[in-house]
Design a protein around this ligand. Structure first.
Ligand code: BTN
Length: 334
């Protein structure tokens, strides 16, 4: 089932009325009269609102009262008061979907969907980097963002680096957590993965048609359950869940902050202000300065991680400099 502010106007009418009168009971008849919808429609919306995780107390003869908000990342909760110009202005929420990335890729063909966010409670075929599966149970933040950027094709490989940095900013601005980035685009806490980033770009005669950014954040997940399900693909180095570090982290605030930071990064890329992105990433990097082993399509490279180039390539020194744009990295003890 998919929800958005556009697709659920009736439900939203009832919900916002309940929210603005949450100190009193409202009868089905009152709701029906004020909102000019049938009593059956009122009842159906109330049922759905409850299913979406809001608590509504119903008392015979008195009616309904909203007693608590939902824990789900519902589009109207996130878009309300969201201080971005583009990202998240349109948002779709799935209670269950194969992959938000697949959905967003389909929607990306339409340029009107620039900045649209697709988010899901759980994914049945979540996709990770290097064609791996991404275990996506309830409790995580699984989202994809559609972009139709103006910037040059050479920026595509920097895009995931910029997005990982935006995510770090969001974590830092909403909690006391000090996240790090692990090349190419993992976000970690205490050396364990808390989020991963995937970028699917559609290119047309040397121009970017669209970029779909997929972000998987272990927000409030059972790390042991996920660990059990992850195939031993060889690149597992431990996972973490954000809420284990900051119990009072608000889901809505956190997602809003991430979208704001993402938009800032996107603007920097559009302005060609690469230096700031590289500097911000470098400051948080757990990879640079370490001896590493990199598995690439061309083979294994060992050496010392020196820096990232303007296109996000990792520079490794072993008698000479090697530039690597994609691969799996293993931090070796120094
Ligand atoms: C990685 O391998 O580190 C990247 C993982 C990206 C997972 C996210 S979850 C939302 C979006 N939909 C998907 O199917 N994958 C990405």
């Amino acid at each position: 089932m998919v929800y958005s502010s556009i697709e659920n106007p009736g439900l939203l009418k009832v919900l916002s009325f309940l929210k603005s009168h949450n100190t009193e009971y409202l009868s089905g008849q009152d709701l029906s009269d004020v909102l000019k919808i049938s009593r059956v429609a009122v009842w159906k919306h109330i049922k759905k609102i409850k299913e979406l995780g809001y608590s509504i107390e119903s008392k015979q003869k008195l009616g309904y009262k909203l007693t608590s908000n939902t824990d789900l990342p519902l589009p109207w909760e996130i878009t309300q008061g969201l201080k971005t110009k583009l990202i998240g202005k349109q948002m779709f929420y799935f209670d269950k979907v194969d992959s938000t990335q697949n959905q967003a890729i389909k929607m990306a063909e339409n340029t009107q969907n620039n900045g649209t966010v697709v988010i899901a409670k759980k994914q049945t075929s979540g996709k990770g980097r290097m064609n791996r599966k991404w275990v996506s149970p309830e409790g995580g933040i699984w989202l994809s963002v559609i972009f139709h950027p103006k910037f040059n094709i050479s920026m595509v490989t920097l895009f995931p680096i910029a997005s990982a940095t935006a995510l770090c900013h969001a974590i830092e601005n909403t909690s006391k957590i000090k996240p790090e980035v692990k090349w190419p685009n993992d976000v970690t806490i205490n050396g364990k993965k808390v989020a991963g980033i995937l970028v699917d770009a559609t290119l047309e005669s040397n121009k970017i048609e669209s970029i779909v950014l997929g972000v998987g954040i272990n927000y409030n997940v059972d790390t042991n359950e996920i660990k059990k399900k992850i195939d031993s693909t060889g690149n597992f180095y431990g996972i973490e869940s954000l809420k284990n570090f900051q119990k009072d982290l608000s889901l809505v605030n956190f997602i809003q902050e991430f979208l704001i930071q993402l938009e800032e990064m996107f603007n920097l890329l559009n302005e060609g202000n690469i230096k700031k992105i590289i500097k911000d990433w470098t400051k948080r990097s757990s990879t640079l300065g370490k001896n590493v082993e990199l598995k690439t399509h061309q083979g294994i490279i060992k050496g010392k991680a020196v820096k990232i180039d303007n296109d996000g390539a990792l520079v490794i020194f072993n008698k000479k400099n090697f530039r690597v744009l994609a691969g799996d990295i293993f931090h070796l003890t120094n």
